[in-house]
Design a protein around this ligand. Structure first.
Ligand SMILES: [Zn+2]
Length: 279
């Protein structure tokens, strides 16, 4: 993932990181990226890894990476559990996120350092978070009153102490569905991106306006996470097909409907982020 993000940061675009749910959604992400010749990040939540098991997910991914025409990174999103991070690295994930953002600064730093020391010698990229990104992502709940933006001085210190490959400071975006207009701290994003020189990950991508994405990318976001959009397409693809054909019990048609619902939204985001044609 590091090579992808360094190139993206240098050339002023962002790589889409899409949270997959199963084999079908993995296939939708890969084929979408191939269609527009874009590098892509397949992202798994800790919950998804626990649900299917690491080896099942690796077998889906390998099927595509062995023959794909585009670079594909496999990234573990928000993980608090060092054992699961170790398991993913051992299984073949090429990138991991340690999320110790709920811990005090020094503890976050120490845990992140531990992951970096374990991952980087094995060529595995590390992303870390600072501040608290609001909303719900799987079992990670951050209430509005607990959310706080990353402190710029702490962010700079964090990145001086540890050589991160990707950094996720809280800048005002949120996981899940936005209620009202999100307030993005663009000045904070710019200051952190400029002073740390580390590619920034934009969390809570679903629901942001096109111009918000573009501005964040121009200020240093090289990775954009899209999760909720895929969850909606996955369920809506199923429900809409069933509602229109509720006397048929043809599961393969349902799976196809889900696939067809997922793909256009993924392509649209890749094109918006400027990564099409960059593979
Ligand atoms: Zn996130």
């Amino acid at each position: 993932m590091k090579a992808m993000l360094d190139k993206a940061a240098k050339e002023g675009y962002a790589v889409g990181a899409f949270n997959i749910l199963d084999y079908n959604s993995t296939k939708a992400v890969v084929l979408a990226a191939e269609q527009v010749k874009a590098p892509v990040i397949i992202q798994t939540s800790a919950k998804t890894v626990i649900f299917w098991g690491a080896s099942a997910i690796i077998s889906w991914i390998k099927q595509f990476t062995d023959s794909s025409s585009v670079p594909i990174a496999l990234h573990l999103d928000h993980c608090k559990d060092l054992n699961l991070i170790t398991e993913c690295i051992d299984s073949g994930w090429t990138s991991v996120m340690i999320d110790a953002s709920s811990k005090p600064f020094e503890e976050n730093l120490a845990l992140t350092r531990q992951v970096v020391e374990m991952a980087q010698p094995r060529n595995v990229t590390v992303e870390a978070e600072l501040g608290a990104i609001v909303g719900v992502e799987d079992d990670i709940h951050v209430k509005q009153q607990d959310a706080h933006l990353a402190d710029p001085q702490q962010a700079i210190k964090f990145c001086e102490e540890i050589k991160l490959d990707c950094f996720a400071p809280a800048i005002g975006t949120a996981h899940g569905v936005y209620k009202g207009e999100p307030k993005i701290a663009y000045d904070l994003l710019e200051e952190i991106a400029t002073k740390t020189g580390v590619p920034i990950a934009l969390h809570g991508g679903t629901g942001l306006a096109d111009e918000v994405f573009k501005k964040c990318i121009s200020l240093g976001c090289a990775k954009v996470n899209i999760s909720t959009q895929l969850k909606y397409a996955f369920i809506d693809g199923f429900v809409d097909y069933y509602n229109a054909n509720n006397t048929q019990y043809n599961p393969l048609k349902v799976i196809e409907a889900q696939f067809n619902r997922l793909t256009p939204g993924i392509i649209e985001k890749i094109e918006l982020f400027g990564s099409s044609g960059k593979a």
